[in-house]
Design a protein around this ligand. Structure first.
Ligand SMILES: Cc1ncc(COP(=O)(O)O)c(C=O)c1O
Length: 386
């Protein structure tokens, strides 16, 4: 193993984050409080959404969104095959059915033509995932949703900040959910945000995220609050804390700088891989702006002597942390068995899955580190050429 390992991910931390967290700890107000409210407001202005509701994770935000649109047992929600389990598991919370559909070969995003084929009278929503921060074909998806009177809940866990045809992701579908998990483009350790222009959805989610108590439940122990509260529904414990908000406020100030960093790394990799025909790089469409959360490559496994798993092991051996985003949902035992899925029904995902490798991309990577990753990939592919 090489001495200086380049991790797959590293959060971008400065004294600003450390000081803001220390300030919160000293203040004694650790859970939901004034910094959480400030973060929610500042995030809302940044996205340009009408309402934002901050939560303990993407999973919590999207669960609340499905609850707010009234998802019921037996309903169906369309999700892409190439995503993290959270996108589909939240549907199962309702004993509803995640209907898994294939993706596009060039973007790895949900294929609108496959959505259309999967619609039934039971379909209540579509959850498009903006893979790696590259926005899905939202015009086509919204048109399908309009035609069939179903909701679009965007999985923007990777897409902060991103734009589709000049509009910020977060202002397009009925609800958009972001993640602030530690690997994400704005990190608070754990955390999530739901953006919507629908007041009813925003109000319902605000109440349900904290035990179904009225909106200002967090204030009940402050000098402005009251001991009296009413529970209007059996809610959840999905609130965000001021410790997380301290990280969020500091990170939000740097969001455009962190995006520029990711773009710089993305483009540099593209340049460094130009002459390598044993891999295929990922291209974003010109009418949208990616958040560059992931840097995926596709290995030309037919012309290589090693398989993807071995390739990742060898990268690790030379000091480069790589990963796979994602193992298709239908390949996981739970989804495969419960919904009796057949890999052959997902030809594009089956083509992509054995070839995908995701490489390190995080603000602060030095040119030397970028070069080392690219050089390792180029050398390994060349060395293992059939
Ligand atoms: C596409 C996608 N959706 C949802 C999630 C879940 O996010 P969280 O961990 O904030 O619940 C992730 C997290 O990795 C993700 O990659």
């Amino acid at each position: 193993m090489s001495e200086v390992f380049i991790p797959f991910h590293k959060p971008f931390i400065t004294d600003d984050e450390v000081n803001e967290v220390a300030d919160t700890i000293r203040s004694g107000w650790w859970t939901t409080g004034p910094k959480t409210i400030r973060f929610e407001k500042e995030f809302n202005s940044f996205i340009g959404s009408k309402y934002s509701v901050v939560t303990s994770s993407w999973t919590a935000a999207a669960h609340l969104a499905l609850e707010a649109i009234g998802l019921q047992e037996g309903d169906e929600v369309i999700v892409p095959a190439i995503t993290f389990t959270a996108t589909a598991e939240i549907v199962c919370y309702f004993k509803a059915k995640p209907v898994i559909v294939d993706v596009q070969k060039d973007t790895f995003n949900i294929d609108p033509a496959e959505i259309e084929k999967a619609i039934t009278p039971k379909t209540k929503a579509i959850i498009p995932v903006h893979y790696g921060g590259n926005p899905c074909d939202m015009d086509e998806i919204k048109e399908i949703a309009r035609k069939h009177n179903i909701k679009v809940i965007e999985d923007a866990a990777h897409a902060l900040p991103a734009e589709y045809k000049g509009k910020m992701v977060g202002t397009i579908g009925d609800v958009t959910c972001f993640s602030f998990y530690v690997t994400k483009t704005l990190a608070t350790g754990e955390g999530g945000m739901l953006c919507t222009d629908d007041k009813e959805i925003a109000d319902r989610c605000s109440i349900m995220r904290l035990h179904g108590i009225n909106k200002d439940a967090w204030k009940r122990y402050s000098s402005e609050g009251s001991w009296y509260y009413e529970v209007v529904a059996p809610g959840f414990k999905y609130n965000f804390t001021d410790i997380q908000a301290s990280l969020g406020l500091s990170q939000l100030k740097k969001i455009n700088m962190m995006l520029a960093e990711r773009e710089r790394i993305f483009k540099k990799y593209n340049d460094l891989f130009l002459g390598n025909d044993l891999i295929q790089t990922y291209r974003c469409k010109s009418d949208r702006k990616s958040a560059y959360h992931l840097y995926p490559i596709l290995l030309d496994i037919d012309r290589l002597k090693i398989l993807r798993a071995q390739f990742i092991d060898e990268l690790k051996h030379v000091g480069v942390g790589a990963s796979v985003h994602f193992i298709p949902l239908y390949r996981h035992p739970f989804y495969n068995k419960t919904f009796q899925l057949n890999c052959n029904d997902f030809p594009v995902s089956e083509y992509l899955y054995p070839r995908i490798v995701t490489l390190p991309i995080w603000p602060g990577m030095t040119d030397e580190q970028i070069f080392k990753v690219a050089d390792s990939v180029n050398s390994l592919t060349l060395k293992n050429k059939k």
